[in-house]
Ligand binder design. Structure first.
Ligand SMILES: NC(=O)c1ccc[n+]([C@@H]2O[C@H](COP(=O)([O-])OP(=O)(O)OC[C@H]3O[C@@H](n4cnc5c(N)ncnc54)[C@H](OP(=O)(O)O)[C@@H]3O)[C@@H](O)[C@H]2O)c1
Length: 330
């Protein structure tokens, strides 16, 4: 099979594209003919040598996939050969990744793809969709009628947070780095979009929502907790999930007087059962037309190294050149 893989960590140039042996699959695994995958910032950290856990060698890069089942282990009951499936959480915690024509996936990470959903959309929704769901509902306990702020409404995670919060009847304030991105945020359902390059985000949040927001979702790797606490409602929740090296100051006085709480989480540490709850809602919202993938571009899998360069420029250098996910097709 053709695969995008690395033999050692380093810059995007360590990614090779070529032949690897087809994977064998175990009794509790599904062999997937991968049609589309999507790039996430964590893929670039792992490739770069973040050293979160030992990597298999060769290591096939990537977490998110969508494709068709071409083989099932003896214990597989919930999918059959020919079914379209999607999922995430590959290439993590020592597992092999999925940026390859074939991938052997443990059954707990496999979800059925509805006929109305393309493989590209499914792959582009996987990790970011599950992340948004965990943050809004497991961590944030978001309810209809509450107000959410999320930074980066066309970003991978941000676009999912905007749509899921709207799907349950919350009000959403978000940010965009250009007029076009602001338009896209409104199309995704945002109630108010702040153009952060020309407007003051703190002032705009408080102008739009005088009592402050109930849930402040920070996507930046250098979280601005002062802005978060300033713009929070009484008993508001702050969600943080980016920036492993960040050590931001927490304005403790106003934080506790307002009764705020702060929740952090890493999606890949959620159990298969927790992720399946998120996947079930994603599938329901796809059918109801309440959730759409936000795809910036589609490239061939052979250009995985270039895709990593582009993702890294956005995640690390905040180049603001992407508007959503990079999808790669086999
Ligand atoms: N803990 C977890 O489980 C988890 C899961 C997924 C992702 N993450 C982390 O979350 C972060 C975001 O991931 P992602 O996939 O959503 O990334 P992404 O698709 O690259 O989106 C980044 C977003 O940040 C916005 N942004 C960048 N600089 C900004 C600034 N100075 N002010 C306001 N907005 C700014 C961009 O907005 P514009 O394009 O409008 O400029 C863009 O919408 C990454 O660090 C990733 O590692 C963590």
């Amino acid at each position: 099979m053709k695969a995008a893989y690395i033999l050692g960590t380093g810059g995007p140039e360590v990614i090779q594209y070529g032949e690897l042996p087809d994977p064998s699959f175990g009794a509790n695994q599904v062999l997937v003919q991968v049609a589309a995958v999507s790039v996430n910032p964590i893929d670039t950290y792992i490739r770069n040598g973040a050293n979160f856990w030992p990597l298999p060698s060769p290591f096939v890069i990537g977490c998110d996939f969508a494709g068709t089942v071409v083989g099932c282990g003896d214990q597989i009951k919930h999918v059959s050969v020919g079914d379209r499936v999607w999922g995430s959480n590959q290439g993590l915690l020592g597992r092999q990744g999925c940026f390859s024509e074939l991938a052997a996936i443990d059954s707990e990470w496999i979800y059925p793809t509805r006929s109305s959903v393309t493989n590209q959309d499914a792959a582009a929704t996987a990790l970011v969709g599950i992340t948004a769901h965990l943050g809004l509902f497991r961590e944030g306990n978001l309810k209809a009628g509450q107000t959410v702020f999320v930074r980066g409404g066309t970003g991978g995670v941000g676009a999912m947070v905007v749509q899921m919060a709207k799907a349950i009847g919350a009000t959403v304030i978000t940010t965009a780095g250009s007029v076009d991105k602001a338009t896209r945020c409104y199309e995704l359902g945002a109630d108010h979009v702040i153009q952060y390059k020309t407007e003051n985000t703190t002032d705009e949040i408080l102008k739009y929502c005088k009592k402050g927001v109930d849930l402040f979702w920070e996507t930046l790797r250098e979280p601005d907790l002062d802005q978060a606490v300033t713009t929070m409602a009484e008993r508001g929740k702050i969600i943080v999930m980016a920036g492993r090296t960040a050590r931001p100051a927490l304005p403790l006085g106003p934080f506790y007087v307002k009764g705020c709480s702060l929740r952090g989480f890493a999606m890949f540490k959620a159990t298969p059962e927790e992720q399946r709850v998120a996947a079930a809602d994603i599938q329901k919202w796809w059918i109801e037309g309440k959730l759409r993938a936000q795809i910036d571009r589609v490239m061939p899998l052979s250009e995985a190294a270039e895709a990593h360069r582009l993702q890294e420029a956005n995640t690390i250098a905040c180049s603001s050149t992407l508007s959503g996910k990079i999808v790669l097709v086999t």
